[in-house]
Design a protein around this ligand. Structure first.
Ligand SMILES: NC(=O)c1ccc[n+]([C@@H]2O[C@H](COP(=O)([O-])OP(=O)(O)OC[C@H]3O[C@@H](n4cnc5c(N)ncnc54)[C@H](O)[C@@H]3O)[C@@H](O)[C@H]2O)c1
Length: 438
């Protein structure tokens, strides 16, 4: 048994700010309003729906997660953000077409009031978008303006605490360079308008500098560079990313651990998607797609460990395609063809056709991440990468020297055990009862 951490109570309001107020962000905000008004259930949210076992199986202690750890209550959440379009959350949600218009109309008075602040944006990093609702200045000045926005938002809405979650478009593929290695180099880069600092990094810097937790729901680098990790440790700001684990990758990280557990071989995994929302349009640009592709490809290698299992996974051919197809809107269709082999090498095939609603799967993740990052902050967990939240991401950011864990079941165990540990409960190893006392 560990000692329970000292956790500040979740009193007062929690502001959740999202750079990017498109399909995911507005589905999240509208959904929380619908849940608060008793119109819908928080389906897909671990913090709201899941139970957690405590102690021995025979103890019969299985509280709801939200009754076990002191999370902010849904009525205490306040929403805001930035976008390059001026649409209110109501208009953007209608435009995204994810939730039913009738539901959005019921929530219209509340959703109409939420309007995005002017964005930090540069088309160089997202080729397919053009925005007018944007700030101007050097990159350092832009960061300062974002910090001012956060201060004002906090004051105007009477918030005690803030969390920032990137729900903006996927930026072009970038690799860390010199400017990202130390905080000093990064701040110099901000002052000198370095090309290597995209808007998502400016938001990350602004949030982290203010000690505000920051999550990245897209695959671009954003907070995932040593300079911002250094800053996050200094300011005690929890960070996590990258790329919400939804849709096809969610299915992959559910299926692949099962094949591996049964030592079933895989010779090929072909994944293709059609989707027609703005995200699909942005990903139609090869440079943004490359960022996404890298994120989607890393998953199988990490779960299957071909270096340990060359006979089973050494020759796996993995291919991922995304096709922009406007008629489909947010209702993505993802096909997977999986060529597997079993006993004596005999081949078999599995076909998955997932008619998925991407933002419906992503919205509860935004809620969970906001609540858990806020919990971590109030529990004074060390700033920087919060690996216990890798459950939510396609490319979990991991401390230097560690490999990322992609298996969703291991991620879930890690998340639950972290909560048990925070609350001074025993972590659960599933070791047979006959082998330990108690
Ligand atoms: N939908 C999912 O299931 C899912 C899963 C994983 C990751 N993602 C990622 O989450 C992000 C959001 O997805 P979405 O479906 O809501 O896309 P979307 O295109 O509907 O919304 C993105 C919004 O970000 C805005 N934006 C772009 N650059 C900005 C900037 N610099 N500052 C402020 N706003 C900016 C756009 O104007 C747009 O309104 C994308 O990067 C997507 O790849 C989504």
């Amino acid at each position: 048994m560990t000692e329970k951490l000292k956790i500040q109570p979740a009193s007062g309001k929690l502001g959740i700010l999202t750079p990017g107020m498109g399909a995911v962000s507005t589905t999240f905000v509208a959904g929380v309003h619908a849940i608060r008004d008793g119109l819908r259930l928080p389906i897909g949210s671990f913090t709201q729906m899941a139970h957690i076992r405590l102690g021995k199986r025979t103890d019969d202690r299985q509280p709801l997660v939200r009754n076990f750890v002191p999370l902010a209550d849904l009525p205490d959440l306040v929403f805001g953000g930035w976008d390059i379009f001026e649409d209110s959350v109501y208009d953007a949600a209608v435009n995204a077409g994810v939730l039913e218009k009738e539901l959005l109309d019921q929530l219209k008075p509340q959703l109409e009031k939420i309007k995005p602040m002017k964005a930090v944006f540069d088309q160089y990093y997202v080729k397919k978008l053009e925005g007018t609702h944007v700030k101007s200045g050097t990159k350092m000045e832009l960061a300062e303006q974002l910090m001012e926005d956060m201060e004002n938002f906090k004051k105007e809405n009477g918030c005690d605490r803030l969390v920032v979650i990137w729900c903006g478009s996927t930026e072009i593929y970038m690799k860390p360079t010199e400017v990202h290695q130390t905080l000093a180099a990064f701040e110099k880069g901000l002052r000198e308008d370095s090309r290597d600092i995209p808007p998502s990094m400016i938001y990350a810097y602004a949030a982290i500098k203010m000690g505000v937790p920051y999550a990245n729901g897209a695959p671009n680098l954003s907070g995932d560079v040593p300079a911002l990790e250094e800053l996050a440790k200094e300011t005690g700001s929890g960070t996590c990313g990258k790329d919400f684990k939804t849709g096809q990758t969610l299915m992959k990280t559910i299926l692949a651990p099962g094949f591996k557990a049964r030592q079933i071989g895989i010779s090929g995994w072909f994944s293709t998607n059609i989707l027609g929302n703005r995200d699909g349009e942005v990903l139609d640009d090869p440079e943004s797609f490359k960022t996404k592709e890298e994120s989607k490809l890393s998953v199988l290698d990490s779960i299957l460990q071909p270096e340990l299992y060359p006979d089973l996974y050494g020759n796996l051919y993995h291919k991922v395609r995304i096709n922009y197809y406007p008629p489909r809107g947010d209702n993505k269709e993802g096909w997977d063809n999986i060529d597997i082999f079993g006993w004596c090498g005999r081949p078999m095939q599995i076909k998955v056709d997932f008619l998925c609603r991407d933002s419906i799967l992503a919205a509860p993740l935004v809620l969970d991440l906001a609540l858990l990052l806020d919990l971590g902050k109030r529990a004074s967990l060390p700033g920087g990468i919060q690996e216990w939240l890798s459950f939510y991401f396609k490319s979990p950011v991991t401390p230097k020297g560690l490999t990322a864990e992609h298996d969703i079941f291991i991620q879930q165990t890690k998340l639950k055990n972290t909560l048990r540990w925070m609350m001074g409960e025993e972590v659960i190893t599933h070791l047979g009862r006959e082998y330990y006392d108690g």
